[in-house]
Design a protein around this ligand. Structure first.
Ligand code: ZN
Length: 228
C-alpha cells in the first residue's frame, strides 16, 4: 500500500491507496497557515498513523507527497506564495525521519497532470495541458505521453505571470499576477467587494460567498458572477 499526501494552501490531505491505486482511506484538515511546517507535518504523521492502523502499518511501502513550489532538483519548497512559512522546508526529510519509509515528493500541479493523464480526463491522449484553480493556480504539461517538468519542475505554472502590470501586490512579490484575479479566493473576493460596493447579484446575502456558488450563478448566465 502507498500513502499519498497533498499539502495545499488551505487543506492538507492524506490518503492510503492499494497497489491498484484504489483509495482505501482519506482525510483532510486545514494546513494551518500560522503553524510551523514541523507542526503541520506532525499532524500529517498522526493522520497517517491513525489511517494506517486500520489497514496495517507494516504493509505501507512508501509515501508520495505533492506540494506547491517544489524545486525538483533539491526536493524543498521554494518561496511558496500561499505557504510563506514553508520557504526552504524539506517535507520529505521530515517524513522519512519520522516514518522510516521511502518518500517521493513533487510539484502538486505536475503530479495532478500526471494523475489526470494516467487515470482521469487525459487518459489515452499523448499531449495535454492541466490547470487547477484552487487557493492558487497551478499547471502541468504532458508531451508525448510523458510529464514535462522543465529544469526546476515549474513548467506550465501560469499563476504568477503578470496580467495587470499596475495591479495589486502578490504574495510572490510581483504585481498583478493571474492568481490575484482567477484563483478561488480571488474570485470570492471580487464578488464580495463588488457586492459591498452596491452591485446586485443573484447570490444569497445570508451565506458567505463561495467559489462554487459563483460558478453556479455564472453558468446560469450574465450578471456580476459572470463578469468576475
Ligand atoms: Zn504572484
Amino acid at each position: 500500500m502507498i500513502v499519498a499526501v497533498d499539502i495545499g494552501g488551505t487543506q492538507m490531505r492524506v490518503a492510503i491507496l492499494d497497489s491498484h491505486l484504489n483509495v482505501l482511506t482519506r482525510e483532510s484538515v486545514p494546513t494551518g497557515l500560522d503553524s510551523s511546517p514541523d507542526d503541520s507535518c506532525r499532524l500529517m504523521i498522526q493522520m497517517i498513523d491513525v489511517n494506517s492502523k486500520q489497514i496495517g502499518r507494516e504493509s505501507i511501502l512508501g509515501v508520495g507527497i505533492s506540494a506547491p513550489s517544489v524545486d525538483k532538483r533539491i526536493g524543498s519548497l521554494i518561496k511558496p506564495p500561499n505557504l510563506p512559512n514553508w520557504d526552504g522546508y524539506s517535507i520529505s526529510k521530515f517524513v522519512k525521519c519520522q516514518l522510516g519509509l521511502p518518500v517521493v515528493i513533487g510539484n502538486d500541479a505536475s503530479l495532478a497532470a500526471l494523475g489526470e493523464h494516467r487515470l482521469g480526463a487525459g487518459n489515452g491522449v499523448e499531449n495535454m495541458l492541466y490547470y487547477t484553480l484552487s487557493t492558487g493556480i497551478g499547471g502541468g504539461i504532458i508531451i508525448d505521453g510523458r510529464l514535462y517538468e522543465g529544469k526546476k519542475g515549474f513548467a506550465g505554472e501560469l499563476g504568477h505571470i503578470t496580467v495587470e502590470p499596475e495591479g495589486r501586490i502578490c504574495n510572490c512579490g510581483n504585481r498583478g499576477c493571474l492568481e490575484l484575479y482567477a484563483s478561488g479566493p480571488s474570485i470570492v473576493r471580487g464578488v464580495t467587494e463588488a457586492r459591498k460596493n452596491g452591485r446586485a447579484t443573484s447570490l444569497s446575502c445570508d451565506v458567505p460567498v463561495s467559489t462554487a456558488a459563483v460558478f453556479k450563478a455564472s453558468s446560469a448566465g450574465g450578471g456580476l458572477c459572470s463578469e468576475v
